[in-house]
Ligand binder design. Structure first.
Ligand code: SF4
Length: 375
């Protein structure tokens, strides 16, 4: 059953030079056409996937950059299509400068019960480097305001920037009382202004940030439950846990990706077109998962989490026992303290979590060898 909805809002108050998400500055005509098309898409999808929805996630872009009347229209369309019965979490991504106490009440009245704040840093120099509009004091004030509301709150913190005092950022955010913090390393994506300016990420800083985050946030009772996410017990993001557990979800709006029970036993990833094509109703890209890509996805996402991957459940679903088909990879990664296998669950060790790319490259390499040997 499909019980989760991701909805993409592509409009932002400004465009950050490191960002490669599908986003653009607000344009009145486009916002109006976007909402019209979205209402249709919500209606069509609810007929095919009637829910109920456990989780709704409005991401972007900057969904909180929509005006009250626009957000009301959007959430009313979701309510009309699926109702709120059975809803356990409705998250809204928000920029610190897009709300005040009154707006938080509007969000809550619309059913939003979790706010994910794009803070990134509490230091003015670092925020300027990232091209953010808010300064450190405004960001911390916004976090405090959100925490004083009825909503659960996540705060995004970015790492690995030159001149950033990461420990100060982590402590300042944790001191606010935030119970969920996402910690992401800056990455330089192709075709962004940062890439064109030749910016590089310092890999040593990146590795140090990983350990520092564990240490500092543990002091505040926050544990890493996914490679980039820390939470106090019970404060985890239900919506994102669904992704990492391989649950189906709808993806509506331009460039949104869905994972749906369609086109075969392992489902399909459906990626909507960017805004121009999406408004014209252009067909989405469809990627049908076969058994190999399904196994790879389950390992890729499952091993990011503290709970790891249940190998028996994977075998029941696919008919493939990894102990046989990837025995050598398992033995090697366990021997080198990258993965552990206990009670049928495969999980990454702290070292393995830091080197997940290499662990997964070794898995793909071992599969290629088998195909070559077999054929
Ligand atoms: S606010 Fe977020 S989505 Fe918008 S440009 Fe900046 S990083 Fe990208």
């Amino acid at each position: 059953m499909v019980q989760a909805l991701y909805l993409h809002v592509p409009f932002c108050p400004s465009v950050c030079p490191y960002c490669d998400f599908h986003k653009m500055l607000r344009h009145e005509g486009l916002v109006a056409r976007y909402l019209d098309r979205l209402e249709e898409e919500i209606h069509e999808n609810a007929l095919q996937y009637p829910g109920p929805l456990r989780t709704v996630y409005l991401g972007g872009g900057t969904p909180s950059h929509l005006r009250d009347a626009e957000l009301t229209r959007l959430l009313a369309a979701i309510d009309a299509a699926w109702g709120r019965d059975g809803r356990e979490e409705t998250t809204l991504e928000a920029d610190p400068l897009t709300f005040d106490e009154d707006r938080l009440e509007v969000f809550a009245a619309l059913g939003v019960d979790r706010l994910s704040l794009g803070l990134q840093s509490t230091q003015d120099d670092t925020l300027r480097y990232l091209g953010r509009l808010h300064d450190g004091a405004q960001g911390v004030e916004a976090v405090g305001m959100a925490l004083a509301s009825t909503m659960r709150v996540n705060v995004d913190v970015m790492t690995s920037m030159q001149e950033q005092d990461l420990e100060r950022d982590l402590r300042t955010v944790a001191e606010t009382g935030a119970r969920h913090i996402s910690v992401y390393g800056l990455t330089i994506e192709e075709n962004t202004p940062f890439a064109r300016r030749g910016y590089r990420v310092d890999e040593d800083r990146d590795a140090a940030a990983f350990e520092l985050s564990d240490q500092v946030l543990a002091e505040y009772g926050l544990q890493r439950y996914e490679v980039s996410n820390f939470a106090a017990n019970g404060e985890e993001s239900l919506h994102n846990l669904g992704y990492w557990r391989g649950a189906f979800h709808l993806g509506l709006g331009p460039s949104a990706t869905a994972y749906l029970p369609a086109h075969g036993p392992f489902g399909a990833r459906i990626k909507q077109q960017p805004l121009k094509g999406w408004l014209l109703g252009a067909a989405p890209d469809v990627d049908v998962l076969d058994v190999d890509s399904y196994l790879l996805e389950r390992l890729l996402t499952g091993l990011r989490t503290r709970e790891g991957v249940d190998l028996a459940a994977l075998r029941d679903k696919t008919g493939v026992a990894l102990e046989s088909t990837a025995g050598r990879w398992l033995d090697d990664t366990i021997k080198h303290d990258l993965l552990t296998l206990a009670g049928g669950r495969l999980t990454a060790t702290p070292t393995g979590l830091q080197r997940l790319d290499a662990v997964m490259r070794a898995y793909v390499g071992s599969r290629r060898l088998m195909v070559t040997a077999g054929g």
